[in-house]
Design a protein around this ligand. Structure first.
Ligand code: GDP
Length: 352
């Protein structure tokens, strides 16, 4: 006898997910048929903060999931003016000429703080955005439970389902967004200016340690400075990789440094060859898939933890006790650890 069909949401021990509603079935089909309008609508649904939209978006994501994961995911970061959009445009056009389809998702953490936007103020990547084989979209960084990249992670999956085989996630080099981008991409690229001292900033901030590849842009302006910066950064990376990977071998990927001129589209082909080499080495060692698995789990936990925190912050008994508890901590009438435990106790065991 053939096994009876099992509704996955009814199997004990599985997380419950809502089934796809009919209207979203059409949306899903549109995404899989690579229709831009459907793609844009799907991402808009994901970005909605309404609870009913969220449930539909989750169902849509689950339904699209089998069609995801086939792209190479590139993270690109760097300070404003380093040449991110110039580089991404040059790279995107190069890839499209080779038959790739390129999605660019931009995370702009500044839109949180100032209401303005570093990435959105100017017309960016005009040629690339006019190309049918490219899709460019900024992600809102605010109003999300799971951190700045939550919507971008989801949008990335939808872009993959829509057949984009290169997904570039771009962020300005400020705040937590670099860590977020490194934690959602296969390869994290740090763009640097060729002047000395700038690289030290990145080292201090710990961003250099995230980089799989450091690209010195604007090498055309001062080739000697670019070469000096390359030497400096190479030695800095060697220190990190030595600490991180005691098992050195020629087969393993070691973080690299290269120079390009995005404006003159010089070094772009070389950059892509390096990306492919990275991918080949990481796939061969199993690290490529391992990083993705680890990222998927971390993503889940991020949202669980953020949800718990939100529930705690909103909990009526916690909110009622908070002013007095804070006053007690301020006046040293109660130890901070004991205060924390008593608040957690109110959250976990609310009195009737
Ligand atoms: P973003 O803020 O990081 O996106 O930087 P942009 O791509 O907007 O570039 C900032 C400025 O640097 C623009 O005026 C670009 O034309 C210029 N630029 C970008 N790449 C290069 C390069 O390789 N060489 C030179 N000379 N200028 C560049």
């Amino acid at each position: 006898p053939s096994p009876s069909p099992v509704r996955p949401e009814l199997v004990e021990g599985r997380a419950r997910t809502t089934p796809l509603v009919e209207a979203d079935q059409a949306l899903m089909d549109g995404v899989l048929r690579r229709e831009r309008r459907a793609l844009a609508k799907a991402i808009t649904l994901l970005e909605s903060t309404r609870a009913d939209h969220r449930a539909r978006a989750d169902a849509l994501l689950n339904a699209l999931l089998p069609a995801t994961g086939k792209a190479i995911r590139l993270g690109i970061s760097g300070v404003p003016g380093v040449g991110k959009s110039t580089f991404i445009e040059a790279l995107g056009l190069h890839l499209i000429a080779q038959g790739h389809r390129v999605a660019v998702l931009a995370i702009d953490p500044s839109s949180n703080v100032s209401g303005g936007s570093i990435l959105g103020d100017k017309t960016r990547m005009e040629k690339l955005s006019a190309d049918e084989a490219a899709y460019i979209r900024p992600s809102p960084a605010s109003g999300t439970l799971g951190g700045v990249a939550e919507k971008t992670r989801e949008a990335m999956l939808v872009c993959e389902a829509a057949g984009y085989d290169v997904v570039i996630v771009e962020t300005v080099g400020v705040g937590q967004s670099e860590t977020a981008v490194a934690s959602m991409t296969d390869l994290f690229v740090l763009l640097q200016l060729p002047n000395a001292g700038d690289d030290l900033q990145a080292i201090k901030k710990g961003v250099m340690e995230l980089a799989d590849l450091v690209v010195i842009n604007k090498a055309d302006i001062d080739p000697n400075a670019a070469t000096r910066a390359m030497a400096q950064i190479t030695s800095a990376l060697r220190v990190f990789s030595f600490h991180g990977n005691p098992a050195h071998s020629a087969e393993r990927w070691q973080p690299r440094v290269m120079q390009i001129s995005a404006l003159k589209a010089q070094g772009v082909a070389d950059f892509w060859a390096t990306v492919k080499d990275f991918e080949a080495k990481r796939r061969a060692s199993g690290e490529f898939e391992a990083r993705r698995t680890q990222q998927a789990r971390a993503w889940m936990w991020d949202i669980v933890h953020a949800g718990l925190r939100h529930a705690f912050d909103q909990h009526p008994a916690v909110r009622a006790a908070l002013p007095q508890t804070l006053a007690d901590v301020n006046e040293a009438r109660i130890a901070p650890s004991a205060a924390a435990r008593s608040l957690l106790n109110l959250f976990q065991h609310p009195q009737p």
